[in-house]
Structure formats: structure tokens, C-alpha cells
Write a protein that binds this ligand. Structure first.
Ligand code: GLN
Length: 492
């Protein structure tokens, strides 16, 4: 079989159940592709070949004995921010270059319990801080659609691996857009769930009040399968909500669009720097949804100008606190020959962290310091509440809110944007995390350079099933999500 990487998750599940192929064959197929193609894409930090084969063999035994579940034997790639017992977890940082976690993140453990086969760990911006995956200590990942372009970030490795057909689906995390923006840049579907829907236990912390894991895949249906594994309450994460997760696959329906009221924020389509092709593709997709029975309603989101400054205070503040634990003493990188304990702290942290991480620690520490705390941090928290209220007010009249996922398509590797230019590119994604809402990216066409464009749909709290269903129905009526990058067409 040479085309196993073409199959959807549902088809893979059926093929495994009907013994058309084994998990071992499927896993080896993907490992072979990674071996041949990933030298060009550089999406994996660690390929877990031995463990993957062992897990595939175990899955095959279960499939034979009749004890298998829907996903038993299907391979997955994990963002290298999820702790994996026995396989390196680096968070894209020199600080954790040799770190092997003694336990699995809940998301990883749930994947194992569902019979998923871990292919390996994929690249990301260092500690998930970035929008290009270039800040990784392990080097830049390439966009499968154009190898001289970034795949987006921070979950750029997850997006590139799936877009190059090196994994059928992947986990990602989203603190301010890191699932939706790389999904947009790589032509994938990616879901950022409501804060508290997916356990953060064992997910290396960036900004704890914003971080949320979610699925990245080729379609809403494939995302729904992975959501069924990832979602749910976890006693090990105090912010995980005690609310039963949906059956996201069973809830997929073909009638979600009819009567759907889609809010179109006035402010979003006049943003400076919004690319004309992106705007056009997003508007075409909204027209399509309208043809399918949705109503477009113009709405106001008055706090739009506050998104970037608010996020870029709160996220670095939380990061500066979370990253204190990397001190060269307990685990992670340790500077050599320290003269005393202060020298050990200082050099371990300046040698172990890259420039962007250091910048955020400095900004965050400043914002939290005595004398500035009220002026910056507390003020930002108040504005955060106003942003949330802005959305809640909008949801009184609409069911979902539409936006681009990013103002541009993927830009060139090494474009060397200034930090503020890069931060401004997050304008459409940050507010969702500040408010704790769920949102999804769906591919809706291409720009003049044949680079994917993404539509973002933002839902009210706990509306993951609805978001997945809307995109699922759109994908049944269109074929953007079936388009493949040329490199994905290569056979191993
Ligand atoms: N680009 C944003 C940042 O750098 C979002 C990153 C993320 O969601 N992890 O903070």
C-alpha cells in the first residue's frame, strides 16, 4: 500500500478494524515517509521509532483480540511541549535539550489509553513563544507549501508534519493562536478548545491562564476524533473543568449551517496589514456559508485595539513566573563551572534561554514588579475582562464570530520581523485566549502565491461540537481541505 497517508482518520479506523492493513504497516509507512521527506520539512525533533513499533504491535494484538477502540493503532505526532515518559521533551529549548520526563502528560496518557501510536515529538517555537517556529533551538521548520516559508507557530512542527502527510493528525497548544495560525499557514483544520476543556497536566507551561491544548488535522472530522481523546476533566489539573466532554464525532452533523447567525466584526476587516487575498478568500467562504443557509450579521467588537497590548503584558507576566523554575539547579540546562550560586542562576538562564524567551521574561518581570504591578499587570487584567464582556455581548445576537486567523499568509523564513511586527500578526487570535473561548481554523483557499488562507470561527463557551460541525458541513460542500502540498504527494 503506497497511499495509506491519503486516508482520513475514519478510513484508517475502518481499514484497521477490517484488517485491510495492520497498525505495524501503517506505522512503518509513516516512519518511512518521515525518514525520506522530513529532511526537507524538519518538523520532527525526535522520531520515536522503537516505541512506535512496539505500540503498533500492541495495537495489532488488541485489534486481533477484539479489544480495540476507534483509534487503536492510528499514529499521532505530539507537540514537543507535552511530556512523554521515555522520550525527550524539549519545548524547543536548549534549556530542556536533554530532558526526559518521568511521566506522561494527561493528553499523552489518554492517547496511549486510546491506542494511539506516538510517532515522535514535533518542533515548536521555544516555550511556545512565537508565530513562526523559528525561535526553536532546533532550527526552523519549513512550510510544506513553500519550503522557504515559515509554517507558522508556535505549533509549526505539528502543522508541517500533518501538511506534509508525515502524521495523520497532531496535538498542538494555543496560548494566543498557536494552533489556529499554523493551521491557517499550512492549510489545516485546527481547534482551540474552551479554556479548561483539555487537561494542561504535563503540558509545559507558558502562560497558564491562556494555555490550551487541541487537535490539528486535515479536516474537522479528523479533529473531532482527536478531540474525543484529548478532552475531559482531569483531577491533576485544577483548571480543568468538571463537565463531561461531548462525543465530538457523534455530534458532527450536516445541518449546522442552516440558520446559523455569523457575526462579522466591523473592526476586523479594516485592520491595517490585512492582506487583500486573505480578505477576499475569507469573504468568499462567508458567502459560501451564506449560500448554505447562514445569516451574516455585522457586529461591533470595540476592544479590538486592546488585544495585542493586553496579551503581550499578561502572557509575558505569566511566563516570567512559570519560567522561574529553570534555574540550573533542579533540572534542565546548567552552566559549567559556576563561581557561586548567583553566577549559576544567571549563566544557566542566559545560556539556556533564547532571545525571545529572555525578552518576555524581562517584560513580564517588569510588569509584575512592585511599583509597576498596578499600572501594567492589574490594568491589563481589567482590560482583559472588558474584552471578554465584548464577546459575551456579541454572543447575545450571534452564534459564532468570523475572522481571518491571521492577516497574512505564510511569510519567508528569516523575514526577520521586529518583535512588534510579529506581535501585530496575532491580532485575530489573542482575544479568544484572553476570553477563554473556543475557536477553529478552516482552510478556505489560496493566495496568489498558492499559499493557504484560513477562516477562523469563534464560538461561545463549550461550543466545540458546533464549531466542528459547521466546518464539517462546509468541508462536505467544498474541497479546500483536500488540497495537498506538492511535497505531500511524494512517495516514500
Ligand atoms: N504568537 C503568540 C505568542 O508568541 C502565541 C503563541 C502561542 O499561542 N503559544 O505568544
Amino acid at each position: 500500500m503506497t497511499d495509506l497517508h491519503r486516508l482520513s482518520i475514519r478510513e484508517l479506523s475502518q481499514g484497521l478494524t477490517n484488517a485491510e492493513f495492520s497498525s505495524r504497516e501503517l506505522t512503518e509507512h509513516y516512519l518511512k515517509r518521515i525518514g525520506k521527506i522530513d529532511a526537507q520539512v524538519q518538523s520532527f525533533i525526535t522520531v520515536a521509532e522503537e516505541q512506535a513499533i512496539a505500540q503498533a504491535n500492541a495495537a495489532d494484538a488488541l485489534l486481533k483480540s477484539g479489544g480495540a477502540g476507534a483509534l487503536t493503532g492510528i499514529p499521532v505526532a505530539h507537540k514537543d511541549i507535552f511530556c512523554t515518559n521515555g522520550i525527550k521533551t524539549t519545548a524547543g529549548s536548549k534549556m530542556l535539550d536533554n530532558f526526559i520526563s518521568p511521566y506522561d502528560a494527561t493528553v499523552v496518557a489518554k492517547g496511549k489509553a486510546a491506542g494511539l501510536v506516538t510517532l515522535g515529538k514535533v518542533n515548536m517555537d521555544e516555550f511556545a513563544m512565537g508565530s513562526t517556529s523559528e525561535s526553536s533551538y532546533f532550527g526552523a521548520t519549513r512550510n510544506p507549501w513553500a519550503l522557504d516559508r515559515v509554517p507558522g507557530g508556535s505549533s509549526g512542527g505539528s502543522a508541517a508534519a500533518v501538511a506534509a502527510d508525515l502524521a495523520p493528525f497532531a496535538t498542538g497548544t494555543d496560548t494566543g493562536g498557536s494552533i489556529r495560525q499554523p493551521a491557517s499557514f499550512c492549510g489545516l483544520t485546527g481547534l482551540k478548545p474552551t479554556y479548561g476543556r483539555v487537561s494542561r497536566f504535563g503540558m509545559i507551561a507558558y502562560a497558564s491562564s491562556l494555555d490550551q491544548g487541541g487537535p490539528m488535522a486535515r479536516s474537522a472530522e479528523d479533529c473531532a476524533y482527536l478531540m474525543n481523546v484529548m478532552a475531559g476533566h482531569d483531577a491533576k489539573d485544577s483548571t480543568s473543568v468538571q463537565k463531561e466532554a461531548d462525543d465530538y464525532v457523534a455530534n458532527l452533523n450536516g445541518t449546522a449551517v442552516k440558520g446559523l447567525r455569523i457575526g462579522i466584526p466591523k473592526q476586523y476587516f479594516n485592520v491595517q496589514g490585512l492582506d487583500a487575498d486573505v480578505k477576499a478568500r475569507v469573504e468568499e467562504s462567508l458567502k459560501k456559508l451564506e449560500d448554505m443557509g447562514a445569516t451574516l450579521v455585522e457586529i461591533d467588537l470595540n476592544m479590538t485595539d486592546a488585544y495585542v497590548p493586553t496579551y503581550y503584558l499578561i502572557a509575558p507576566a505569566e511566563a516570567s513566573s512559570n519560567l522561574q523554575r529553570y534555574d540550573g539547579v533542579r533540572y534542565g540546562y546548567r552552566a559549567e563551572n559556576p563561581t557561586d550560586i548567583l553566577d549559576l542562576y544567571k549563566r544557566s538562564r542566559s545560556e539556556g534561554f533564547g532571545a525571545e524567551v529572555q525578552r518576555r521574561i524581562l517584560i513580564g518581570t517588569y510588569a509584575l514588579s512592585a511599583g509597576y504591578y498596578d499600572a501594567y499587570y492589574v490594568k491589563a487584567q481589567k482590560v482583559r475582562r472588558l474584552i471578554q464582556q465584548d464577546f459575551l455581548k456579541a454572543f447575545e445576537n450571534v452564534d459564532v464570530i468570523a475572522a481571518p486567523s491571521a492577516p497574512t499568509t505564510a511569510y519567508k523564513i528569516g523575514a526577520n520581523l521586529s518583535p512588534t511586527e510579529m506581535y501585530l500578526g496575532d491580532i485575530y487570535t489573542l482575544a479568544v485566549n484572553l476570553a477563554g473561548l473556543p475557536a477553529i481554523n478552516a482552510p478556505v483557499g489560496f493566495d496568489a502565491d498558492n499559499l493557504p488562507v484560513g477562516l477562523q470561527l469563534i464560538g461561545n463557551y463549550w461550543s466545540e461540537s458546533q464549531l466542528l460541525s459547521v466546518v464539517h458541513q462546509y468541508q462536505q460542500a467544498t474541497d479546500w481541505h483536500t488540497k495537498r502540498a506538492a511535497i505531500a504527494e511524494e512517495n516514500a
